[in-house]
Structure formats: C-alpha cells, structure tokens
Ligand binder design. Structure first.
Ligand code: SAM
Ligand code: SF4
Length: 471
C-alpha cells in the first residue's frame, strides 16, 4: 500500500476564503471593470480579484463579465475546440463517496473490469469513430495500481485500426505515490487528472468516510504535486459542483492553481467543473442543497476563464446539448463527444445504468456533435502535436502565454480535422467541415500568406494518404 506522506497544514485556508468572499461583497463597478481589463491582458487574477467577480449581482455588470470571457476565449483559443472521449476501464472501488454510483456500498452496481481483449475492442470502436485522444477512468481499487494502469495505457497506444490510432492517453484515477506516477510517465501518459471534489474541509470529511483512502483530504490535495515531482508535466484539477457552495469552490480552484504555479513554475494544464448528476441507487443527489443552477454555472465558467486565462477548460457530456452549446463560448477549450460511460459501453452503444457512475446528459454521436460545431463556426481539433513535440508543462505555457497558441494550434487543428473528414465523417459533416476549413484558410491567408501555403501543402499530404501530419 501507499507510503502516506504527512501534511500538517495545507494551502486551503477555509476561513481565509470566507473572509475574502465577505470583503468582496457589493463590489464597485469601476473596480470590476479594471479586473476585467487585467484578464483581457491575459494576466492571472489574484484571489481577492476573483472574489470580487464572484460577488457581482448586477445583471448589466454580469453581462460585461460574460462578454469579457467570450472575448478572452476568442483571443487566446480562437474558435478551436479539442475533442476527446472517456473510456471507463473498471468500476470496482474501495471508497464510499456518497455521491458516486461506484461507491463500495452500492449493491445496485454490477462490478466489471475490462480484460485486455475487451479494452482493445473498445479502443478499436473509438478509433473507428475518429477519436485520437482518450481519458481512461478507474475506480479506486488495489487491482488498479500503477502497473495495471500502465499496462492499460500501453494497450491503448498499441491498438491500431486502419488509418487510426490513439495519440494521447490521459488518466483520471486515484492519487498515487511518486513511484507509481513515474511508471505512468514511462508509459507515455498525457494529463493526470484528480478532482478535489470539494475544497471545503468539513464537507469533504462528511462526504468521504474517514475509514477510506479518499477520506484523506491532503493525500488527495497534494496528489498532483507528487505527479509533478515524478515528472508528469500536465495535470488537471477539478471540483464536483453540487457538494458545497460554488463560490467557495471557485476560490479553491484558483488557490490550487496558484499553489502549483508557485511550487512548480506552471499551473494546471486543465480545469474541470463537473456538476453532480443522478446515479443509480444514490440518494445524495436529491439531498444536497448546493446544486448549481444553469445561471450560476455560466458564472462559474466565465469567472474561471477570466481568472486563469491560460488554463484549458473542459466541459463534459454530463451536460445536455443545450447547455453545452450555451456554455462553450464562455471559455471552453475541450469537450468529450460520443461518450459512453458504462464499462464496455462503446460495444453496446447504449446506457448501461447498472455499470455507470452517473447519468450522461449528451449522448449524441461524435459526428453529430462535430456537425453542430461546424454550423456554429467552431473548428474541431484532435491535435496532439504539442505533446508529441515535447511542448508540455512549462514549455506549453511558454508558447501559450504570449498568445502564440493559435500559431500552432489552429494549423494543427485544421490538419487533424481534415484527417477526420477524410476517414470518418458523414457526408453532411464532410461538407460543413470542408467549408469551415476553407474559411479558416482564408482568415490565415489574410494575416500570413506563407502560413496558409504551408498548411495547404500539409493538407495535400493528408489527401494523398499521409497521416499524423503536424507543424
Ligand atoms: N475513482 C477515482 C477518483 O475518485 O478520483 C477516479 C475518478 S472518478 C471515477 C471520476 C470523477 O467522477 C470523480 O472525481 C467525481 O468528480 C466524478 N463523479 C463521481 N460521482 C459523480 C456524479 N454522481 N455526478 C457527476 N460526477 C461524478
Ligand atoms: Fe470510487 Fe472515485 Fe466513485 Fe469515489 S468517486 S466512489 S473513489 S469511483
């Protein structure tokens, strides 16, 4: 078992967060506008500034916050959206998180772990739909140790189907010790995600029984420090919204970001903000008084966008198609699509409630979602070029910070989208996608003709059958 390191005092001071939020009440509009200007200059906000944004109630001022978030997303990320799919490997769990369908006391769940052959089958199906990036998800169990997880990563990378392959494997699993993370690094992991669930100590204690591993708040809070110490450059943080007050949790996410920046010189690669969903035989969903409304969800996304301009923001298929469409412009850079979260769910291509952690809100296919994104003017990207060229962690932030993200990401987005259109798209999506690529090339050509020519040459290589072409 793990060698637990002892952490006496952690960097989340609950009282300090309450004090910051209290002091920020009734903010002065002039000050709010100067905080917005700082964000638009792409500077990460300080806790007292984010607290002020969180306390804005005036509808007109809130609209200014939403508009600034839309503008900042456009300035840094352009119209690009990165696509991925989750792949649940196993739902055995020794923890008892009250909100989760996988908790060990839940008798209604059928426990299942994919065999290597079943995993290959699932990966082939995902490749066959056009996916290039996966996040593998595991319950917490002694059998899902670092060796097991490394083996599943290797299996995913080794599985090929026609022109396709998975090029980036991210992980959402229980926190590990440094030795464990080193094995994952060796296996070629992309991002390691750990959601703190709630940063509020008392709530954390009440929801995660103390006689479980997850009951240890600081083991989880420092889980990503250990990942970075082990050499994993890209880490993802998150909160499960609905467990405690959303304003407190946004402050927790910001403080966690600042802690990683101060300790390792670089903040998290991504932030996730799942909202609590119903799960089979799980009454917690109906009992919590902290469920987040759609209006407050929009504030969370917009204020996070403004607070941490360079951190990728992930909106999952827990949300309905309508909410996803509405929220994406406010700062989202990554979404999953065509997701099935029952263990083995891609084969059945359906709900398997007795093997699922919670209910999904958006069950449309990858192709349907991409077609909608084209109609809305978003460029689908399956790009993994930064990761493959070693532009991760601090190196990624170095290109991201000056705003050059679009120099690499938009061309690579176009190239990976072209691969998708040739190999996997329906006729409708092909038509809409090729038109969008044409418009993107025009925009690039107006600014930099040489770059347009370079991308067009690479597009020709793809049309001639070459794959995994990037700049
Ligand atoms: N078991 C590991 C852990 O807890 O860290 C791995 C991840 S768990 C399978 C994935 C995430 O799902 C959790 O971190 C939690 O935020 C989220 N989750 C759990 N129950 C949920 C629910 N009812 N609705 C929405 N998200 C939920
Ligand atoms: Fe297990 Fe993770 Fe679910 Fe908690 S959230 S019960 S640790 S799978």
């Amino acid at each position: 078992m793990y060698n637990f390191r002892k952490y006496d005092k952690d960097f989340i001071d609950d009282q300090k967060i309450f004090d910051l939020l209290e002091a920020a009440k009734n903010p002065d509009p002039v000050e709010i506008r100067s905080i917005i200007d700082k964000s638009l200059d792409k500077i990460r906000l300080e806790p007292h500034e984010t607290a002020k944004l969180l306390q804005v109630e005036d509808p007109a001022l809130l609209e200014e916050i939403f508009e600034a978030a839309r503008q900042l997303k456009q300035n840094i990320y352009g119209n690009r959206i990165v696509f991925f799919a989750p792949l649940y490997i196993g739902n055995k769990c020794i923890n008892n998180c009250l909100y989760c369908g996988f908790r060990r006391d839940n008798q209604a769940i059928v426990r299942k772990t994919l065999t290597t052959d079943e995993l290959k089958e699932q990966v082939k199906i995902l490749i066959g739909k056009g996916h290039k990036r996966l996040i593998l998800v595991y319950g917490e169990h002694t059998i899902y140790d670092a060796d097991f997880i490394s083996k599943t990563i290797n299996t995913v990378y080794e599985t090929k189907e026609n022109n396709g392959e998975i090029r980036r494997v991210n992980i959402n699993a229980a926190p590990m010790d440094i030795e464990g993370y080193k094995k994952l690094k060796e296996a070629g992991i992309g991002t390691f995600q750990i959601f703190q669930e709630t940063y509020h100590h008392d709530t954390y204690r009440a929801i995660h029984p103390q006689n479980t591993i997850k009951g240890n708040y600081s083991w989880r809070l420092y889980g990503l420090d250990r990942a970075m110490e082990a050499g994993i450059d890209d880490v993802g943080i998150g909160v499960l919204f609905g467990l405690y007050d959303w304003k407190f949790e946004v402050m927790g996410l910001l403080l966690h970001t600042i802690h990683l920046e101060q300790t390792f010189g670089v903040g998290p690669h991504t932030i996730s903000f799942p909202r609590l969903e119903p799960a089979i035989n799980t009454k917690f969903y109906n009992e919590t008084k902290y469920k987040v409304s759609d209006e407050n969800f929009k504030k969370i996304i917009s204020i996070l966008r403004l607070s941490v301009p360079y951190t990728g923001m992930i909106l999952t298929a827990r949300e309905s198609p309508k909410i996803r469409k509405e929220m994406i412009p406010h700062g989202i850079s990554q979404i999953d699509a065509g997701s099935r979260i029952g263990i083995g769910g891609y084969e059945q291509d359906d709900y398997i409630p007795e093997k699922e952690q919670f209910q999904l809100g958006d069950t449309r296919s990858l192709d349907e979602i991409i077609e909608e994104m084209c109609r809305l003017g978003y460029l689908t990207s399956f790009c993994t070029a930064c990761y493959r060229s070693g532009r991760t962690g601090e190196d990624f932030m170095d290109i991201a910070r000056p705003g050059d993200i679009q120099d690499f990401c938009t061309p690579n987005g176009i190239l990976t989208f072209k691969e998708y259109l040739l190999d996997y798209a329906s006729d409708n999506t092909k038509k809409a996608g090729n038109q969008l690529i044409e418009e993107e090339l025009k925009k690039i050509g107006l600014k930099n003709l040489k770059k347009r020519k370079l991308i067009e040459e690479k597009l020709k290589l793809i049309e001639a059958g070459e794959r995994d072409v990037y700049v």
